[in-house]
Design a protein around this ligand. Structure first.
Ligand SMILES: Nc1ncnc2c1ncn2[C@@H]1O[C@H](COP(=O)(O)OP(=O)(O)OP(=O)(O)O)[C@@H](O)[C@H]1O
Ligand SMILES: [Zn+2]
Ligand SMILES: [Zn+2]
Length: 800
């Protein structure tokens, strides 16, 4: 068994295959599938993943693996299988799929460092310096065998760390220990001056309680300072060293432990079938459809408890913006230090630490955003996807996977159930549940008899006719005033997706566009600049219209800053907390703002998408939605679905506890069914209406979509290539398929590249991936030499 099958880190179609390498003697019996190695490739050294160890090869002269990057597999056998499947499903290179499963810190350039964490065999001692660390090169030069090091790593005596850069320095604590026996220490004690009480106390500590102790802790127990220690260290009786500790970003926070709540009848009914699948190890997919505030989280928690009791592990996915401290605390409160949290706000080093806790089986539950679906557990008992309708579960870069599909792959592998939870399921999932592909579980009412909030739709055109030009309707303003009097709270939601502040000339209607992209520039008040959100171009705000030279150039649209200003003019007594990208940029600020709101330090929480989810505050009795319809006009067949979901989710923040809630929706399209039906709070009528539209226009879930986007600096070239691709598709796909295009993309130019697209609608087309793969292959040269770009998205969520 001296041949390794390796996937190399050269993402290109010619190299998208497995290469054979010879395993050198030093790595024999050390290398395992899932480890990363450095191999010679052409005249370079590159990284690769070992897929398999074998004794067979078809190649005569093999090159040797040069080094190993891991001593424990970075990917489990399951994840290696998943890599193959994901590469095929998403049409991405095998190497890209494998890389996607690892934390960022393992992909970056790094230094490999060994850290001593326990007693190690004598042969290894020489490798480490006094501070218990060693560069990996030091080990390689020492002549000690890899097998011995691997043993020590497996036994937890040594850790292999990747030091990303100087900013990611390890966190250490100073430890004290002694090499002397109790008897020897007793002898030393008799030598110490009887009046040096504190010194004696420290020595006595090591006599009574042998073993290492943190210096800080020891000094505080005996109420003394480092100067007392110094003579003991100088005399070599005690030794000090730095021990690396895992960074736990949540460690400073006090989290109240919670106990399982007594379930309501419907919660108990929903939990039952999940528990059954866990016990019988059956891969079922459940759709938990529960209205906002119906207690879905408690159902998750109790299902996870069962999984842990069985000695298994759990993954919980939560959309990035809902991964608030409140959410995390609910899991940490129940399962304490068994929980790892994978959050994009963590530094690369912190994320890597959390990942390693999973790899080493120090935790049993992983809570995180999309990529947490790759948590390297080996005994999964359940996967939960909360807010399953969220489009952020689809990755927009390669590999363009959907976390739901990955969950189902892993659930099958582990014979574990999947729970998809939402108050507003995606049409796809709800349709599958109706057909019985998924099992439907329903929580139709809120817990504790709390009622759903009352809704009012305000037609903003009426306000305009009545002479109110403000962003606030009279009703909303009155209601906010009332809340301030009653010491209750308001959440104000500004829907900004597809709605931005731009500059327009009142005389001629001219808007300022990006010179490189076909999109209007966005006005940034803080810097008085106009910026392009696609390419980063910026320019100062003009004082005169570039087209007609009039000075009536004004900015339009409504940003949170503008709303806040208006609010302080109209309601000077209101204390407002604004949450948007600007006020939450600093680490921890998100948490601070929400904390302040929770403590009642403000009357109004004003924010964008980031306040739509996961908030559960007792005194919030009013939710106001500004610009409810701003997404409806986007060129996206999911616009109505997204509007309905967002309105329902935001509204769900009101009246979740004893106090009844009220929701005011301001809109220019009060008659649109997504607005009307969100106000009725009923999912089913919306589902039925929307399904009809999807059937008529042949969209998911009736049809699958594939979107090809072709771009080039030359408009004609981009158009002609798309035309040729459409012809190739027509020729090679069955006549069941509908091919639309070529058409210019809704965003017809980005960064000076012209963009065309073609859309494929199909029901069952087994050949599709193969045909597209061949087309990509055909254009490989042009893509490299002529800078042609072809993007394929087999389950598009963004059609721009
Ligand atoms: N069985 C129960 N008994 C008492 N309180 C409960 C019970 N189940 C849940 N709760 C409480 O009800 C509130 C709402 O529950 P939760 O946040 O889980 O709802 P949800 O369904 O996730 O809502 P959303 O979709 O809006 O996030 C929480 O404060 C929770 O602690
Ligand atoms: Zn631009
Ligand atoms: Zn003008």
């Amino acid at each position: 068994m001296n041949i390794a099958k390796v996937v190399v880190d050269v993402p290109a179609s010619q190299t998208d295959r497995v290469y054979d390498y010879l395993i050198p003697a030093k790595l024999m019996d050390v290398l395992q599938p899932g480890m990363r190695v450095i191999v010679p490739f052409g005249n370079r050294r590159i990284m690769g993943f070992v897929l398999q160890i074998s004794n067979r090869t078809e190649v005569d002269k093999l090159k040797e693996i040069q080094e190993t990057m891991d001593l424990l597999p970075a990917l489990t056998p399951e994840l290696l299988d998943l890599g193959v499947w994901m590469g095929e499903q998403t049409l991405s290179f095998h190497i890209t799929a494998l890389q996607a499963m690892l934390p960022q810190a393992m992909k970056a350039t790094y230094k490999k460092i060994l850290v001593r964490t326990g007693d190690i065999p004598d042969e290894l001692q020489s490798v480490f310096s006094k501070d218990n660390t060693a560069l990996f090169e030091q080990f390689e030069q020492s002549g000690v065998s890899f097998a011995m090091l691997q043993q020590a790593i497996k036994a937890g005596q040594v850790e292999l760390r990747y030091q990303v850069n100087s900013k990611e320095t390890k966190k250490t604590v100073r430890m004290l220990d002694t090499k002397q026996t109790t008897e020897e220490l007793q002898a030393e004690l008799s030598n110490v001056n009887p009046r040096a009480m504190k010194q004696r106390a420290l020595l006595e500590h090591f006599i009574e309680e042998p073993g290492p102790v943190a210096q800080k802790q020891l000094l505080s127990i005996y109420q003394t300072t480092a100067s007392t220690l110094k003579p003991l260290l100088d005399a070599g009786i005690l030794q000090a060293y730095d021990k690396e500790i895992m960074r736990d970003p949540y460690e400073d926070r006090k989290i109240e432990p919670t106990k399982p709540l007594e379930l309501s009848d419907s919660q108990a009914r929903a939990l039952q079938p999940i528990l059954k699948s866990i016990l019988t190890e059956k891969h079922d997919v459940f759709l938990l459809h529960g209205v906002t505030g119906s207690g879905k989280t408690e159902v998750y928690l109790q299902a996870i408890q069962q999984v842990l009791d069985k000695g298994q592990e759990a993954i919980v996915l939560v959309p990035e913006i809902a991964l608030t401290p409140q959410t995390v605390n609910r899991f940490k409160g129940r399962f304490g230090s068994d929980v790892a949290v994978l959050h994009s706000a963590l530094s690369a080093g912190e994320k890597y630490d959390e990942w390693r806790k999973i790899q080493r089986k120090q935790v049993k539950v992983a809570v995180g955003a999309r990529s947490a679906i790759f948590a390297p557990f080996e005994n999964l008992g359940i996967i939960i996807i909360d807010e399953e309708h969220e489009t952020s579960y689809k990755q927009e870069d390669h590999p363009k996977y959907h976390a739901r599909d990955i969950a189902i792959f892993r659930g099958k592998y582990h014979h574990a159930p999947i729970v998809l939870g939402s108050a507003t399921p995606s049409l796809e999932s709800y349709a599958r549940a109706e057909k019985g592909v998924y099992q439907m579980l329903e929580l139709p009412e809120r817990v504790n008899d709390a009622s759903m909030p009352d809704y009012q739709i305000i037609d903003m055109r009426d306000e305009l006719h009545a002479g109110n030009r403000s962003i606030f309707s009279r009703e909303l303003l009155d209601q906010m005033k009332e809340r301030i009097c009653k010491k209750e709270q308001t959440v104000l939601f500004l829907n900004r997706r597809g709605y931005s502040t731009f500059v327009m000339c009142r005389d001629c209607g001219h808007t300022v566009e990006c010179p490189h992209c076909d999109i209007t520039l966005t006005y940034h008040r803080s810097s008085e600049q106009l910026k392009c959100h696609y390419c980063g171009y910026e320019e100062p705000v003009p004082h005169f219209c570039p087209s007609c030279e009039s000075d009536t150039i004004r900015y339009f649209g409504t940003g949170t800053q503008k709303v806040e200003e208006t609010l302080t003019q109209l309601l000077p007594e209101a204390r407002v907390i604004r949450m948007d990208v600007d006020t939450t940029r600093r680490k921890g600020s998100h948490e601070k703002l929400l904390g302040a709101f929770g403590r009642g330090e403000a009357d109004i929480l004003l924010g964008t998408q980031m306040i739509a989810k996961g908030l559960d505050f007792e005194r919030v009795t009013l939710v106001g939605v500004l610009a409810a319809d701003s997404m409806l006009h986007l060129p996206d067949f999911r616009a109505a679905e997204k509007t309905f979901q967002l309105l329902t989710q935001v509204s769900g923040r009101a009246g979740r506890h004893a106090l009844p809630g009220e929701v005011i929706i301001q809109t220019y399209s009060p008659e649109h069914y997504s607005v009307e039906l969100a106000a009725s709070g009923d999912y089913r009528p919306f589902f039925q209406t929307e399904m009809q539209t999807r059937r008529v226009f042949q969209y998911p879930p009736y049809y699958y979509l594939a979107l090809l986007t072709i771009s080039h600096q030359n408009q004609v070239k981009a158009m002609q290539t798309t035309q040729t691709i459409v012809q190739l598709l027509q020729k090679h796909l069955s006549d069941q398929v509908r091919i639309l295009g070529p058409t210019p993309s809704p965003l017809a130019r980005i960064k000076d590249r012209y963009r065309f697209q073609c859309m494929i609608k199909y029901k069952n087309e087994p050949n599709l991936r193969d045909v597209i793969r061949r087309i990509l292959h055909y254009y490989e040269d042009a893509r490299k030499k002529e800078d042609l770009q072809i993007h394929v998205d087999l389950q598009p969520y963004s059609l721009m």
